[in-house]
Design a protein around this ligand. Structure first.
Ligand code: AMP
Length: 497
């Protein structure tokens, strides 16, 4: 994405609105710190000699972040050096260590997306023994933190042995249940600041579990192309989050979307608008309550009538400023025949299917999907990584019920393909080993993805990724029968009417 110097200032303006909004709802936030997990990515150079890096890396490396004056609202437990450490392992370890050392001061915790925050909890699950050792001895394990600038910065916080804190963390982390671990280790936390709208909504149950139901706050809506808006009612339920677009961020236009028409639409979303679509564009002041739109932006950095790829729904107005729910990202589809499944539909189908796992105290911690056309007919494949907390093993018929529940939840074109046209084969669930999705993320990061902005893909096509997933499959299950489908009244035209 092209960007220009002045863009960072504009983005910081949006950031500067977040805490004043938050403090209208949660008092005394200036009296403590935020434990935010923030990461940078290494940068590369284009052949023309321009630096290329993720947007958050640009921000963290800029004076806006590094040289920010003291402000109680941007007072984080992570020293800048730990955020700016290019080694993501050392960065994560040192940020958690600093967060633990200052546990009583922490009033809010977070990361950009929910997935990054959960990854941090997993890291803590794996490394709390080492972290406790460091806190107990008041010294940093040299095998883990070798970066001298990070060591120097952390030493200012971990300045003496604290066996009392180490005992406390050890006793909490060694309990068999990690329910409420956030509120146990950071007892003054008032909310969790992570984006849980859109595809991130699947993490809500996990976050609720670890945080004992603390408010999950989605403060902003942004992208690499441009930052867009803020949530003026941050304590609302995740399902009710709406974003008010800041009109000065870019020039907004909106392409009306009728998602039920899309079944017959094209498989890939073109990035540019055709002439008809250009004429359909609606201005920010003209959007209608309840209508869904695809967001189109013209940015200061030079993108012209650019389709961001997100679908938004007008949920209300603040004075005359429209507010939008994030509906979905448009381009995620599974398609075998004429069927098309978008992200929202897949997410809903998943929600229905996982209810079958509840009696076994099992949850799906991550999932992705694949349209497998190597079989004839092709079929949908879901890769599930599970957290198994119950003692009773899950019988195969339960997984088969899950397969069927997904199929029952999918649209009628899909079910017609299964039942009548036989153009789609039975849906398959492949259970993968624990840690597979962490491997997937590591792989994406090794290819240049940003740890802050990483989102597990809801649909995969890239052969090395499929290979990675397939190499970790432990069990496979298929839908045992066809889902229900009732033929509609199809209107045939014989050309004579
Ligand atoms: P990236 O450019 O990688 O940061 O991704 C930007 C995309 O992330 C947006 O276009 C959205 O699809 C998604 N995204 C960003 N903020 C939110 C949000 N608050 N809720 C849901 N999705 C979001």
């Amino acid at each position: 994405m092209p960007t220009i110097e002045e863009e960072l200032g504009r983005r910081c303006l949006l950031y500067s609105l977040l805490m004043p909004i938050m403090s209208q709802f949660v008092p005394d936030l200036e009296k403590g710190k935020g434990m935010y997990l923030m990461f940078i990515k290494s940068e590369s150079w284009t052949p023309g000699g321009i630096v290329a890096r993720p947007v958050l890396t640009s921000y963290y490396k800029s004076p806006y972040f590094k040289d920010r004056p003291y402000d109680p609202y941007t007072n984080y437990t992570s020293p800048n050096e730990t955020v700016l450490c290019p080694d993501s392992y050392q960065s994560m370890y040192s940020q958690l260590l600093c967060g633990l050392c200052q546990n009583k001061e922490v009033l809010r915790v977070g990361a950009v997306f929910a997935s990054a925050f959960i990854r941090a909890i997993r890291f803590l699950e794996k490394h709390w023994v080492l972290l406790c050792n460091d806190i107990r001895t008041g010294s940093l394990n040299p095998n883990i933190i070798s970066d001298q600038t990070v060591r120097d910065a952390v030493k200012k916080i971990l300045d003496k042995p604290n066996p009392y804190l180490a005992d406390f963390i050890e006793s909490e982390c060694s309990k068999s249940s990690w329910q409420g671990i956030i509120t146990r280790l950071w007892p003054n936390t008032k909310y969790v600041d992570v984006i849980v709208t859109g595809t991130m909504s699947q993490y809500i149950p996990t976050l609720d579990y670890y945080s004992n139901g603390l408010p999950l706050v989605c403060t902003m809506y942004a992208s690499s192309e441009c930052y867009f808006g803020v949530n003026l009612n941050p304590l609302c339920k995740p399902s009710e989050v709406s974003y008010t677009l800041i009109p000065s961020m870019c020039y907004y236009e909106f392409l009306p979307v009728n998602r039920s028409d899309e079944v017959t639409g094209s498989l890939h979303m073109p990035k540019s608008l055709n002439e008809k679509e250009q004429q359909e564009l609606v201005e920010l002041v003209d959007v209608k309550l309840g209508q869904e739109y695809e967001l189109v932006v013209t940015t200061f950095a030079g993108l012209y009538r650019y389709r961001v790829g997100d679908v938004l729904r007008v949920s209300g107005f603040k004075n005359k400023a429209p507010q939008f729910n994030f509906v979905c990202r448009k381009n995620v589809v599974l398609s075998i025949d004429s069927d098309k499944t978008d992200e929202t539909e897949l997410q809903n189908a998943m929600k229905n299917a996982v209810t079958h796992l509840l009696p076994f105290d099992a949850t799906v911690v991550e999932y992705t999907s694949y349209a497998d056309t190597t079989t004839i007919p092709g079929h949908y494949v879901l890769y599930w990584e599970l957290a198994l907390n119950g003692a009773t093993p899950i019988p195969p018929c339960v997984y088969e019920d899950c397969c069927l529940a997904v199929e029952e939840s999918l649209n009628s074109v899909y079910r017609q393909g299964r039942v009548s046209d036989k153009s789609i084969g039975p849906l398959e669930i492949r259970i993968v080993e624990q840690g597979t999705f962490d491997k997937l993320m590591d792989y994406a990061i090794s290819l240049g993805a940003s740890i802050n902005q990483y989102k597990a893909p809801r649909c995969v096509k890239f052969p090395p990724v499929l290979e990675l997933l397939n190499s970790r499959v432990v069990e496979r299950f298929f839908s045992p029968k066809c889902p229900k489908w009732v033929p509609g009244h199809k209107q045939w035209s014989n050309g004579q009417n």
